[in-house]
Design a protein around this ligand. Sequence first.
Ligand SMILES: Nc1ncnc2c1ncn2[C@@H]1O[C@H](COP(=O)(O)OP(=O)(O)OP(=O)(O)O)[C@@H](O)[C@H]1O
Length: 346
Amino acid sequence: MELARLPISASQRGKLISAGYTSLSSLSSLSPSTLAQDLKISDNEALEILRVVSQGSRLDKPDGSHAIVNGAQTAWDMLHEEESLKCITTSCVDLDDILGGGIKCKEVTEIGGVPGIGKTQLGIQLAVNVQIPVNYGGLGGKAIYIDTEGSFMLERSLQIAEACIEDMSGNSDFLQKDFQSCQVKAQPKDFLQNIFYFRVCSYTEQIAMINYLDKFISEHKDVNVVIIDSVTFHFRQDFDDLALRTRLLSGMALKLMKLAKKFSLAVVLLNQVTTKHTEGSFQLTLALGDSWSHSCTNRVILYWNGDERYAYIDKSPSLRSASAPYSVTGKGIRTATSKCKRIKIM
Ligand SMILES: Nc1ncnc2c1ncn2[C@@H]1O[C@H](COP(=O)(O)OP(=O)(O)OP(=O)(O)O)[C@@H](O)[C@H]1O
């Protein structure tokens, strides 16, 4: 196998070539620390490259003893992996319940709803909640927020971060606080510092941004959630070539799925709703619904039921269809306080 066909990232390949490594044999006797120094990368990344190189060299051997397709996983391993998937709490107990614990890492979750239902509020809440320390049942991670509409609000993020710290200091339903004596040292500004914000103003910028994410996250391995608010905004405007639009969106979705798996992070795609004419009537449907429908692992629809906000699991390979109420409060997303609060399993 040549270097060009080695399954490593383009940036890693570029660094290898720039450092003068042009064949697998030139890498075969290197130690991870030497390679890390030469390529100016971490020891772990160097070790991973050398592991791929060693697999590639074995495939090159003519004895045919290694299968071309490798890496099979048993269903048991997959079940174990699924059970150990980490989740980001939404700060709403009922919503976490129907989501099987919260927004899952390694998966792409689409959250759609009408304007004003609270999509951006939920996005900001997740960007804050992903930072809840591990000893509070959180992930202690960082967030990437890609804003296509300009709807991210700094002051609101600060409010939500302050409320999150307040919850960690007191007793909160949604935090798994095992360490009662733990002191909360985090400051609201620390939460804002751990949100990497990108503003994209066109679909080309959005595609470039998503292509860049692999490199960015490789350099910021503590990122556990990528939020795009909203994913379809630039694709709904001035797009005459629908076939091209579908191709671009599918390519983008595939990259996001790969990122979610590769870096064990949650991808959250906020989406708008539009009306669709079917069988003589107009129905609310997620924007770009048809070309998009296979691109996400889970789909959650936010809607109004009277004056209460509800979330509904519309699509998921592992969760039952269910709906649960939630509220948007001064503190952010919270469990609905309504007396007739219920979780409805469909
Ligand atoms: N500080 C606050 N206290 C209580 N509720 C708030 C607060 N800030 C925002 N909200 C609620 O959140 C709603 C706006 O939510 P959000 O901006 O997330 O909607 P959205 O679904 O993203 O809408 P759009 O599609 O237009 O971007 C407001 O209508 C209000 O009801």
